[in-house]
Design a protein around this ligand. Structure first.
Ligand SMILES: Cc1cc2nc3c(=O)[nH]c(=O)nc-3n(C[C@H](O)[C@H](O)[C@H](O)COP(=O)(O)OP(=O)(O)OC[C@H]3O[C@@H](n4cnc5c(N)ncnc54)[C@H](O)[C@@H]3O)c2cc1C
Length: 478
């Protein structure tokens, strides 16, 4: 049983220096994942005391920041490394974000989401054949998707065909029903919506960094730079940092993290939408793509690059220590797993090339061949490093099986959940929140009710293809 909640005075004026307080649920991390969960708990449950704890002064400033990711609502249509099954599951999970924004005032919606055409581009016979085959299956999941030959690609994305060798076979999957999302704005929208409906039940504690989590009876005690907080249940939504917290409590000891930094180059406005490339199945990271940027107007963003860099947070060198603590590099089996995964010849060559893309001045010329696969006429002089852009993709490794685990991961402990959320974590944030709300309901043995049906009705998260409820899957989607 849970200890009964202590109710101490909490003053909104002194948000940055909270008095000691006990909550029913504390969510740590104010990115898309944590804010989506706070919103879900505030709107669809009757939990009495909620808090979101975020170390920075606002929400959505780390991986969910529009500068740090590719702004794509991943639904599985142009992600050629997703199996059909995964595409069928990710689509309804991600579309919850689009459905959420439909109810917002037009001005707020415009800041968060834009309809944007998307393509997956195949170049060369092998890729073209693979993409043609894929179209047959995808059509069942995405009725609006079409296959385009070169002349049709030229009508929709002229620069993709300009200057291309006419003998080179090309083919594209095209979906006019794509979306670009500013996940940072989305996070702030969840915070606003929570404040509007549940300010008396939910405290939002910015500038509050959790330094340790310890077990406290049935619940947890959180040490922060602003004092001690207690919670009957905790959800750690700190993406790359979550595994470190899990390990400090004895969970997830078998996992390590391969830290892949993703940075970008800017080019002139040459694309109308998003152009992805066919993914090499050996590569765990998506191939560099071209995206019309919805935040930095008038530019196309190319990337992300993929470079091994041992930090948990981009441009935060203080997070090196956290990486070494979380990754278990003191263990031989971690090194053996890294050796097997990273020295696989195709990956090793790819990672080496990506180091070169970061060289000052010359990096853009070395990166140019990647861009030319999308825009054949691009010149190296037109590219410039997107300074201050890019994030960290921490890929989990199971050191027992030496497997690289793609997609998000979740560890469910005793009244605590740890979410690790690389791509498509931001796209599926509401779906993930729905799953966590189900777990929290179980933690509290139905003392609080989660109105999942209402959430599903509001946000349309039923898996329309199979008629099954995707939220029941325990291993989704990694
Ligand atoms: C290069 C790149 C491209 C990507 N492209 C896409 C894409 O196109 N589409 C997509 O869906 N996904 C994409 N992703 C993945 C996406 O960015 C993540 O899935 C998503 O942002 C994760 O959200 P989050 O809330 O879990 O983490 P974050 O947004 O990183 O939020 C975690 C929060 O936890 C806070 N925090 C950390 N430690 C503490 C602490 N000790 N105390 C308090 N607070 C703490 C941080 O300050 C941060 O605000 C991309 C990622 C990268 C790196």
């Amino acid at each position: 049983m849970f200890a009964s909640p202590i109710r101490l005075h909490y003053n909104w004026q002194t948000m940055n220096t909270p008095a000691q307080e006990t909550y029913d649920v504390i969510v740590i991390g104010g990115g898309a994942s944590g804010t989506a969960l706070l919103y879900t708990l505030a709107k669809y449950t009757d939990i009495k005391r909620l808090a979101l704890v975020e170390k920075y002064a606002d929400a959505g400033l780390v991986n969910s920041n529009a500068k740090n990711n590719s702004q794509t609502l991943h639904v599985g249509d142009i992600e050629t490394h997703y199996s059909y099954k995964k595409a069928a599951e990710v689509k309804p999970a991600s579309m919850m974000v689009a459905r959420y924004t439909e109810r917002l005032p037009e001005e707020e919606k415009q800041k968060i989401i834009r309809k944007m055409q998307k393509m997956a581009l195949a170049v060369g016979e092998e890729e073209v054949k693979a993409l043609r085959d894929r179209l047959v299956h995808l059509k069942e999941i995405f009725p609006t998707i079409e296959g385009l030959e070169g002349k049709d690609i030229a009508k929709l994305e002229p620069e993709v065909m300009k200057g291309r060798d006419p003998k080179e076979p090309v083919f594209a999957l095209y979906n006019p029903e794509g979306y670009a999302v500013n996940f940072g704005e989305l996070s702030r929208s969840f915070i606003r919506a929570t404040k509007e409906r549940a300010s008396e039940r939910a405290d939002i504690l910015f500038n509050t960094e959790v330094t340790s989590i310890t077990k406290n009876g049935e619940g947890y005690r959180l040490e922060t730079n602003n004092g001690i907080l207690e919670a009957r249940a905790v959800v750690v939504d700190t993406d790359a940092y979550s595994l470190g917290f899990a390990k400090s409590l004895g969970y997830g000891k078998e996992f390590s993290l391969i830290p892949i930094a993703g940075t970008f180059y800017f080019g002139p406005e040459v694309l109308r939408g998003k152009v992805y490339r066919v993914q090499d199945p050996k590569m765990p990271f998506s191939a560099a793509h071209g995206d019309r940027d919805i935040d930095a107007g008038g530019k196309t963003r190319f990337g992300p690059t993929a470079r091994f860099f041992p930090v948990l947070e981009a441009r935060n060198y203080g997070s090196i220590g956290g990486y070494f603590r979380a990754s278990g590099l003191g263990k031989w089996k971690t090194w053996k797993s890294f050796y097997d995964i990273l020295l696989e010849p195709v990956r090793f060559k790819y990672l080496l090339k990506n180091v070169a893309y970061e060289f000052p001045y010359f990096g853009r010329f070395l990166f140019l061949p990647e861009v030319k696969k999308i825009i054949p006429t691009m010149s190296g002089f037109s590219l410039r490093r997107a300074k201050g852009y890019g994030g960290m993709r921490l890929q989990r490794v199971d050191t027992n099986t030496k497997e690289l685990l793609l997609g998000e991961g979740k560890i469910i402990g005793h009244n605590i959940i740890f979410n690790m959320t690389p791509s498509p974590g931001a796209s599926v944030c509401l779906f993930n929140a729905m799953r966590d709300a189900c777990e929290i309901e179980k933690f509290f043995k139905n003392e609080f009710v989660f109105d999942k049906n209402r959430m599903q009705q509001d946000l349309g998260c039923e898996n329309l293809e199979t008629g099954t409820d995707v939220s029941l899957k325990a291993n989704y989607p990694a």
